[in-house]
Design a binder for this molecule. Structure first.
Ligand SMILES: [Zn+2]
Length: 262
């Protein structure tokens, strides 16, 4: 899941960092230095430098230097690739500790942080396994307007790795907010999500875990768990709210439900 605030206020951020986005050291990620480990993705397509390069990085000033030495990372799979539209399979208990699964988890964390995003599911790097990672930080949140993060009940939480997550709603309260997805670059749509959820599963060491979440963290969990069923937010959104990132601030069309907690 993309960091929503990235595009809530695209213009001022872009202006503020417009100089820096053109400098060479601001090409930290997802450019040609990457050797994707997911070979079937975009095999014949030249790597694009548009949305994933300086434009994306520009608003996230300060991490360019830190991340520029990253040399190998899987690409983010985009909508249309069947892996995003089919259910993933469970990780077998004996697989969790394997070198392969541990590498997949490490890659997922790297890709999520590199994007940067607040959540990622394994199918988004082309791996049809039930694994999700998520994380939200003070820093990410500080970029968004306070009134927005307050309405969204968005609070920081440490990195979570969940293998074979099972999500259950707690109560019937829900909220409507715009969501984005790293696999549907450049767009947003309003999605209704439960406010409170509980997720059970296993951590990366195979230990059972249970997460009780509310607000924005609950939304991220629902978004990422949906990925494991082959569901993108566009499959669930209120269709008439779909828009480009540039149009995020435009008013909702007549007849659309209001943003916020229902
Ligand atoms: Zn997503």
């Amino acid at each position: 899941m993309e960091i929503i605030h990235q595009l809530s206020h695209p213009a001022p951020v872009a202006r503020k960092h417009s100089k820096l986005t053109r400098t060479r050291h601001f090409h930290p990620l997802i450019q040609c230095q990457y050797k994707p480990i997911v070979h079937f993705i975009h095999k014949n397509k030249p790597r694009s430098s548009s949305a994933t390069g300086p434009v994306r990085a520009g608003w996230f000033l300060g991490l360019g230097d830190k991340k520029k030495n990253v040399v190998e990372m899987p690409e983010i799979v985009k909508a249309g690739d069947p892996v995003l539209h089919e259910p993933a399979r469970e990780v077998r208990p004996e697989e969790i500790g394997s070198e392969r699964v541990q590498k997949i988890i490490d890659d997922m964390v790297k890709v999520m942080r590199g994007a940067p995003g607040v959540g990622l599911a394994a199918p988004q790097i082309g791996i049809p396994l039930k694994i999700i990672v998520l994380e939200d930080t003070e820093e990410y949140i500080s970029y968004a307007p306070k009134e927005e993060t307050k309405a969204q009940d968005r609070r920081p939480f440490d990195l979570l790795v969940i293998v074979n997550p099972t999500l259950q709603k707690k109560g019937n309260k829900s909220a409507l907010f715009f969501e984005g997805c790293l696999s549907v670059d450049g767009f947003r749509g309003m999605v209704e999500r439960f406010l409170d959820v509980e997720v059970t599963g296993f951590d990366r060491y195979g230990q059972p875990i249970k997460i009780t979440a509310s607000g924005w963290q609950a939304r991220i969990l629902q978004h990422e768990c949906d990925h494991l069923e082959g569901t993108l937010y566009v499959d669930k959104m209120i269709k008439r709210t779909f828009r480009t990132v540039e149009n995020l601030q435009l008013p909702l069309a007549n007849g659309c439900p209001k943003l916020g907690v229902k």
